[in-house]
Design a protein around this ligand. Sequence first.
Ligand code: OXD
Ligand code: MN
Length: 606
Amino acid sequence: MTPDLRPESSNTQSRNLAQWVAEIARLTTPDRIHWCDGSEAEKRSLTQQAVDAGVLIPLNPAKRPGCYLHRSDPNDVARTEQLTFICTPTKAEAGPTNNWAAPDETYRKLRGWLDGSMRGRTMYVVPYVLGPLGSRFAKVGIEITDSVYVALNMQIMTRMGKAALDMLGASGEFNRGVHCTLDLNPDRRLICHFPQDNAIWSVGSGYGGNALLSKKCFALRIASAVGRREGWLAEHMLILEITSPQGESTYVAAAFPSACGKTNLAMVTPPPAMAAKGWRVSTLGDDIAWLRVGADGRLWAINPENGYFGVAPGTSAKSNPNAMKMVGHDSLFTNVAMTPDGDVWWEGMEIDPPAGLIDWHGKPWSRNPADKAAHPNSRFTTPMVNNPVMSSHANDPEGVPISAIIFGGRRATTMPLVLESSDWTHGVFMGATMGSETTAAATGAVGVVRRDPMAMLPFCGYNMGDYFAHWLEMRKAISRPPKVFMVNWFRKDADGKFLWPGYGENLRVLGWMLDRIHGRVRAIETPAGGVPNPADLDLSGLEIAPDTIRQALAVDPKEWKAEMESAGELFDKIGPTMPADLKRLRAELSASLDAPTPLPRAATAG
Ligand code: OXD
Ligand code: MN
């Protein structure tokens, strides 16, 4: 069968789009082309096709209405950073922290792999918008894919279908994403970005972070490069609205590496004592923020996405009750375990595993805890509207003004519960020197500390030194900059016990930041930055020993010496593009650690 490739038979007024789809169809020779319209009817029919093909397993409609389970190939369960490339004309543009490959050669290789690759299959053309509809900051992408699972996930994660074609109109300006699963052979798997062409080619993987091109590929890697050109920032950040008992709404954006609790913080439930006082939290985004300078000189954020692709294990009624509610219906699950009555289960759900559990491979679970029933990077895909605490500004075309940027990693040592930077440059330094223990979100060893500047190490689409310089440069346009903080919910004591309870209690730390933003309390100065006076943290209703808080807030000069050495290695690796201002701050901080009493000193004003 040969699909009709004439432009007039396509669903778009954009000749560029029609021509490009025809070009990819001539290369991949699908039997059918399906232009996604994003309608409910289409969702029903694609879901049925996916069920018939064994790609989706219906879950119990009485327990999880509208929910389905997908089991991926066991070799395709996480992002593959070693197979992810930035294909800029020169290697220097990609920089030393990215894999680089020459564009022409890469296109040639991928075209070879894709030749005839969709024969016998359907090619889905998935138009989507990143950003709220009607926003002047929104952008159009088109993903061509041979995966019905990808098409269905894209309908949840983005504003997908007709709305995108309407926004595009006759224009040829859209991100060109080509995705083909091939035979899921890791030897023929590559995720390649061509920022100069606004193009992405992802081959050989069906895993979300590799295959949903709207997410990491476009909204972060390509968008970060576009943002540099256009004077804005695409960041790996959640966006949160916090409403204080006084009724003031404050918006914060927070960058944490993958699987470090961004989704949990984005929809955090205030602890009872704070809820009773009137604290409320609502979500704008859980993974990505696009930040622009507003006419008022503040930084304004939108969430380019329309859904959440969250890590399932560890999500429970205790850790994230809102997430448990939102995945109760109309959600897709990937690589979780299935109960005999057709419900889902994962480690850390805090519900005993029922007898007869089926593991993520589709086999009866051995009940051996070393043998996880759900893959540690198993996921849910849920529409943003399912979130019971979605912010009323989540679809606001202008976004929200950001009062604080928070960086954070998963660190057993060194990093205090919270640190405040002295100014924008120091804040950029904090982000640039950030480290975190690796998680299951990417293939490779788990639990090893690596430098992950601004949580963007795997997602920055250009030279990391230029990226830091762009951050520093942005300050000139931001006349009313947000405060910048660093947090660590994961510090442990000498016995390996967490010093801070985390989850909902983290709101107490955000409360202190708000007090700092509104000038209500002072910070205690340390060489690494400002820390709270424990008396200024709202600890009402929380049982925590004063000494534990002191340990959680401590800045240990020996640990910080090692930290600065490690940061220095990253700065050296970045080399000539590393901004002088950040090198200077590192030298100054290192030197101050040699001073006789570097532990908390005087209270600072302001
Ligand atoms: C994600 C990730 O899926 O960061 O958000 O890996
Ligand atoms: Mn992420």
